[in-house]
Ligand binder design. Structure first.
Ligand code: SF4
Length: 334
């Protein structure tokens, strides 16, 4: 099992991209029904996130977690957990949701973004398959088969979570790599966890289509959603077409249904201007001024080893800026 940290990014290589509007293809059970692709009927189009990967049989999507098999888009990562730990809820980070409690935190592999500052690149950059099946291992990706993981069914994970209640566990947090690309397992497990009286928390980049997110929200209780910057130019660096608008929509949608907190990793020279953070905070306040905003320090990682850590002074300055609009702005990674 990996010693992953919370909040992450990743990358991949989508063979073909085509916008779709197939959110209705996601039934509440969380299984993915591919949409028909009139241009290439033999290919399955994944309806889960804005990449809308168009997959020939056996090919993996950008995320490295979904693959086309027998005309369907299926989760290669289903139940394969690379990290499992009982953590304080504040570590997710969630500062205003059941403070002082513990939560069983699990991660799998893959990611649908390409953050060069990824804190968990060992699992986020892993791809399913064996290289002969279309999984891309160029550009620093590697095969998930090199990871140590344990396979859990949803009932087994819920049983594990229940067994930890005597240690303060309140439920399951889906985190470490991007959990929404493991949508089917998260959805199946979250429904069972609710039936067992447990809570569900998701820690996500919010890069998901509206329909799948709306279908999942009734099974969730709290979320920490990244707002990685406040320009599409920044999201373009992460291989996230429409990323800013998508993350904003996910925050708005989630905030109407469950407890939401937001995290922005502050990176020197990229998203650390007072103007950008003020605009971000003002927008978030329009959603709800009570949403806590975490401004976290960047530390050199992955492909940004040559960028210095964010100074504490910068974080404190930006907290003052954001606090003009929001009631709770907190430092992270200090
Ligand atoms: S979830 Fe994966 S396969 Fe599906 S559209 Fe997104 S990146 Fe592509």
């Amino acid at each position: 099992m990996s010693t992953a940290t919370d909040k992450t990014g990743g990358r991949g290589n989508c063979p073909t991209r085509q916008r779709n509007s197939v959110e209705a293809a996601i039934p509440p059970s969380g299984t993915l029904a591919p949409s028909p692709n009139p241009l290439s009927p033999s290919r399955a189009v994944c309806p889960l996130c804005p990449h809308a990967c168009t997959l020939a049989e056996g090919r993996f999507g950008v995320c490295g977690a979904h693959v086309a098999r027998d005309g369907d888009v299926v989760a290669d990562s289903y139940g394969k957990l690379t990290a499992l730990a009982l953590d304080p809820i504040e570590k997710k980070p969630l500062a205003r949701f059941r403070p002082g409690s513990m939560i069983l935190s699990v991660g799998s592999y893959g990611c649908n973004l390409a953050c060069p500052f990824c804190q968990n690149s060992d699992i986020a950059r892993a791809r399913g398959g064996n290289g002969s099946d279309g999984s891309d291992t160029a550009n620093g990706n590697h095969h998930a088969s090199a990871l140590r993981f344990h396979t859990y069914t949803p009932p087994e994970l819920v049983e594990t979570a229940l067994s930890l209640k005597n240690r303060g566990n309140i439920g399951v947090a889906y985190t470490y790599n991007e959990p929404l690309i493991n949508y089917e397992f998260v959805s199946d497990t979250a429904q069972l966890a609710h039936e067992a009286g447990l809570l569900n928390v998701i820690v996500t980049n919010g890069y998901i289509n509206e329909g799948p997110l709306a279908a999942l929200l009734p099974h969730l209780d709290a979320a920490n959603i990244d707002l990685k910057g406040f320009t599409q130019t920044f999201y373009d660096r992460l291989n996230a077409p429409g990323g800013l608008a998508t993350a904003k929509r996910s925050i708005e949608l989630a905030a109407r249904a469950i407890h939401v907190e937001v995290t922005t990793l502050i990176i020197p020279g990229l998203n650390d201007s007072a103007n950008e953070i003020e605009r971000l905070a003002a927008w978030l306040a329009d959603v709800n001024p009570q949403i806590p905003l975490h401004l976290t320090r960047f530390h050199p990682a992955y492909r940004m080893l040559n960028v210095p850590p964010t100074s504490r002074e910068t974080i404190h300055t930006l907290i003052r800026v954001a606090s003009q609009h929001l009631q709770t702005v907190l430092p992270g990674n200090m």
